[in-house]
Design a protein. Structure first.
Length: 403
């Protein structure tokens, strides 16, 4: 239960001759650190850019080249390599290599291995914008898609040729997350999940506001995990920028890309949630909405003064309001942030008042912390988690829900 998706998995990385090959060093390191067994094949073009020693050192295993393809060892190397992986990653994939693969060529080790493998293959193209947009490249991409290859379209930005456009290899974290999502069981297919996240703001004047010291990272990780499990995700976001990216796995896994609804105030968050909540099987209230707001916001910008008295009123209680609309088949999860000495009592009271099925009790020290202690109250149990990451907790919660 709660296993690392990469642990014990076999990942075959194919390198082709593009300048973005340097990014793959960090990608292999991340695969290894996550417990994967990694083997690397260099194409003829890749050997012009790097030596196999670099990738052998990173992967901890022999890195294969054209020289190995024709060694008289008695083994059929491309078949052995084709049978090795749980997943294949080609990064970067040049226009030339894509063209060869689309025409069924098998005159080098990496191409022969791809023709022989039954493992899923993810291809990450990287090239000049004009080369990417050329009809021949686009035709080859479509051919590969019809054969089941998973093509992750390149990013836009400044390219190696000092032009700007589409053709960049995605950042390492995005590639890694794409492969991580591959190994997540799709337990939430056809389910809609609502998640509130980030702090809300209540304005004193048109410049200053009351807010909470919340990064929203927990909510983002929950949204990401739900997406990886195949859910249709609705993230109501009160923060500024999201603390990460959602990889575009929807393009080849047939699941919706997460819908993000930016809001500012607690009332705005409630109004959006009221529209979405009725159609969702699962709702997770992970936001940090302000509990108070000024009864009247000042116009313009207040001038600095020695004393300022604010008349505050309570804001809307999002979870409590929606709990009155909860259907028998809906599941709700809440969070309780409190001082350690009052944490369990406060969490249980909040769970009952807001009709949560599960509640996560976390101490105030959790704010902005990468690792923390958590207590999860389910309908029957009290589960303690000591010094675990928020990413791990997200996996735990969806496993406990079991939908």
């Amino acid at each position: 239960m709660f296993a690392n998706g990469f642990k014990g998995k076999n990942v075959l990385v194919g390198l082709t001759g593009g300048i973005a090959i340097y990014k793959v060093c960090e990608l292999i390191r991340k695969f290894k650190n996550s417990g994967a067994n990694v083997k690397v094949i260099l194409s003829k073009g890749a050997e012009k850019f790097v030596t196999p020693l670099l990738f052998a050192s990173l992967s901890g295993q022999k890195a294969y080249t054209e020289e190995d393809f024709f060694k008289p060892t008695g083994e059929i190397l491309h078949i052995e390599l084709a049978n090795f992986p749980d997943v294949v990653v080609i990064a970067p994939a040049t226009a030339s290599f894509i063209a060869k693969l689309a025409s069924g060529q098998a005159d080098e080790l990496l191409l022969s291995t791809l023709l022989a493998t039954k493992a899923p293959v993810y291809i990450f193209p990287a090239m000049n914008t004009n080369m990417w947009e050329h009809p021949a490249t686009q035709r080859n991409i479509e051919i590969l898609k019809t054969w089941g290859y998973r093509i992750y379209e390149p990013a836009s930005g400044i390219l190696a040729c000092d032009t700007t456009g589409k053709g960049r290899l995605p950042e390492v974290e995005e590639i890694f997350e794409t492969l991580q999502a591959h190994f997540v069981k799709k337990t939430l297919l056809n389910h809609k999940v609502l998640i509130t996240g980030g702090p809300t703001k209540e304005y004193i004047d048109e410049v200053r506001c009351i807010t909470n010291d919340s990064s929203g990272k927990m909510a983002f990780l929950l949204a990401k995990e739900a997406y990886y499990r195949g859910a249709e995700v609705y993230l109501i976001w009160g923060g500024k920028d999201l603390p990460g990216v959602f990889p575009r796995i929807n393009e080849f896994l047939g699941i919706p890309y997460p819908k993000v609804f930016p809001v500012s105030t607690t009332k705005e968050m409630l109004e959006v949630a009221k529209r979405i909540f009725p159609k969702c099987r699962l709702a997770i209230f992970a936001a940090a909405p302000c509990d108070f707001r000024p009864k009247t916001a000042f116009k313009g910008k207040l001038k600095k003064q020695e004393v300022l008295t604010l008349d505050l009123e309570l804001t809307e209680d999002i979870a409590k309001t929606l709990s009155s609309q909860k259907k028998p088949d809906q599941i709700t999860i809440g969070f309780a942030l409190e001082n350690p000495e009052n944490l369990e009592k406060y969490a249980l009271t909040k769970k009952q008042e807001k009709n949560f099925d599960l509640i996560v009790a976390n101490p105030i020290s959790t704010l902005s912390a990468e690792i923390s202690d958590f207590i999860v109250f389910t309908p029957k149990d009290k589960l303690y988690f000591n010094q675990v990451s928020k990413d791990y907790l997200a996996k735990v919660l969806f496993d406990l829900v079991g939908v």
